[in-house]
Design a protein around this ligand. Structure first.
Ligand code: BG6
Length: 520
């Protein structure tokens, strides 16, 4: 398929401000579960990227908290993580000063006396560095510790520091089902006011995800056709080539629907489907997202399919099946692939199916949204086409590539030149982020950490949104738990998932496989 590249004019780019005016006030960020992978791979590299861009306040400290008795080696380990995962040169001038901001405090998550010790330690650091009362607690532990940590922070008076606002960032998974999410919300809001709570979904930190709203609402030409009159259906794919990467025990309890569909993919869906918010303020955006989720009727069980990978070949490497992964049951019924068909019952979307699918060990890594438009009412060229591969007129397809190869492609039909016949061939207008703006080393946490420090909640989930999504998916999870799948494993690693997933697109459609609107 022919592709036309689109680019940015340097003179336009040079006029764009780079956000340097948004520097948070001095404070201390306390990361619980700091010895885990997330801190080293994502959080510290993201904080250092902020430092490199001059976006951290001068008086800012990072305290890692975990159960292990670590000392100075923690800061050294974080330094290594920043270099390895943050794409940072070991000789980077700002690195040594940044590492001086980092310290470690060992703490048992369930021991109140350790929290009293943490309070003293934070006061000491604040005094030493001239930091006021601003605190940000980041919960990156296993979810079973969230409630206990929050209760202990409350009991020590750490949730309401004097002379500064305190915030709490809570990692996913937020609950395991509707009931547990409600209970966790109750525990969180018993200590923190909702305005202090930042439930994180790292997808919302991705530039391409934020760009969905810009694409829709900073351009006049798409919104008039962004509805049931012009759109046939929407597909959202989160395909990974990775397996469970040593996270067997976590994944056994989670599965694809909980891990990716009910949170990340529902966020993507809401951004595609929401009504224009009155502003880009947290309240307006989150209200519109909630309205979308609330308009989704319960999903018939036949409209949800699941799969589990068996052995196969991914990127040329032979890989084991899910049941042979480390610390996974040989008879596991956990799904590594899930797909659902949803409807949104409102005036804009009635009758337009939204198909969501997510899976591990698939053929290609691709997170993308494909919006398939309706065919023109009358095809006047089909009888005038000669017999050629190009003569079948394909629907217009807008593909938003979230990752990798971030960009947006619009497929349309063009006349094949130099033939007297009216042969129509699909071509793509393709906007490529990296080609237009340069490759970024950001991992998405930069924006979210910055917003949490600034108290800006637009890109974080509200309690109502979390509960609405759990309410939608809990019946499916319960039905699946009650009936162990007999056909697992039902797809080969390195394939595009189980056959039953194709049957979801009943009206003669098919999943768009990989980018640029090509079938796999
Ligand atoms: C996480 C899931 O939330 O998202 C992982 O727990 C998944 O299982 C990951 O691999 C995908 O994120 P990304 O940013 O790599 O698409």
């Amino acid at each position: 398929m022919a592709t036309v590249q689109m680019s940015v004019r340097p003179e336009d780019l040079s006029q764009v401000p780079h956000g340097g005016e948004r520097i948070p006030e001095a404070g201390i960020m306390v990361i619980f579960g700091a010895s885990g992978d997330l801190t080293k791979r994502k959080l510290l590299p993201a904080l250092f990227h902020l430092e490199q861009n001059g976006l951290l306040p001068a008086n800012f400290a990072i305290v890692g908290v975990a159960r292990r008795p670590l000392g100075d080696e923690f800061a050294a380990d974080m330094r290594a993580g920043i270099i390895e995962f943050g794409d940072v040169d070991a000789g980077e001038t700002k690195l040594d000063d940044f590492v001086k901001r980092i310290s470690y405090f060992p703490l048992r998550f369930d021991d109140p006396t350790d929290y009293a010790g943490l309070k003293v330690e934070l006061e000491r650091i604040a005094k030493e560095r001239g930091i006021g009362g601003k605190r940000l607690f980041y919960l990156a532990t296993a979810p079973e510790f969230f409630a206990g940590i929050i209760e202990n922070l409350g009991a020590q008076g750490l949730a309401q520091a004097e002379g500064g606002k305190t915030s709490v960032v809570i990692e996913k998974p937020f609950g395991h089902d509707l009931e547990s999410a409600r209970e966790l919300n109750r525990q969180v809001n018993a200590v923190f006011h909702e305005s202090q709570v930042f439930r994180i979904d790292h997808y919302l930190g991705k530039e391409t995800v934020q760009n969905i709203l810009v694409f829709r609402f900073a351009n006049g030409i798409f919104e008039p056709i962004w509805n049931r009159n012009y759109i046939d259906h929407v597909q959202i794919t989160a395909a990974e080539t990775l397996g469970v990467e040593g996270r067997g025990p976590f994944y056994e309890k989670a599965g694809a629907l909980r891990d990716v569909v009910q949170n990340h993919m529902m966020e993507l869906l809401s951004l595609v489907a929401l009504e224009p918010p009155s502003s880009f303020e947290a309240e307006s955006v989150r209200r519109e997202k909630l309205k979308v989720w609330q308009a989704i009727p319960s999903v018939p069980i036949l409209d949800a399919v699941r799969g589990q990978y068996g052995p196969g070949t991914v990127d040329g490497q032979t890989v084991v099946g899910y049941r042979e992964e480390e610390r996974v049951s040989h008879e596991s019924g956990t799904e590594t692939y899930a797909a659902v068909r949803l409807e949104i019952e409102n005036w804009r979307w009635a009758g337009v199916p939204f198909y969501l699918r997510a899976g591990k060990r698939l053929k290609k890594r691709a997170t993308e949204i494909s919006i398939q438009f309706k065919q023109p009412p009358l095809l006047i060229f089909d009888r005038l086409a000669s017999s050629s591969a190009c003569q079948v007129i394909q629907p217009n397809l807008l593909t938003i590539r979230i990752q990798p190869d971030e960009g947006i492609a619009l497929r349309f039909g063009a006349k094949v030149p130099t033939t007297p016949d009216m042969n129509v061939c699909p071509v793509n207008m393709d906007f490529d982020y990296a080609a237009a703006f340069g490759k970024s080393t950001a991992n998405g946490y930069e924006r979210l950490l910055m917003d949490a420090m600034l108290g800006e909640q637009t890109l974080f989930s509200h309690r109502d949104g979390v509960e609405t999504n759990w309410a939608l998916y809990t019946p499916i999870l319960e039905a699946w738990a009650a009936k162990k799948p007999e056909t697992f494993p039902n797809y080969e690693a390195g394939s595009w998932g189980p056959e039953c997933s194709d049957e979801l697109l009943r009206r003669g459609g098919h999943w768009w496989r990989n980018d640029l609107g090509r079938k796999g």
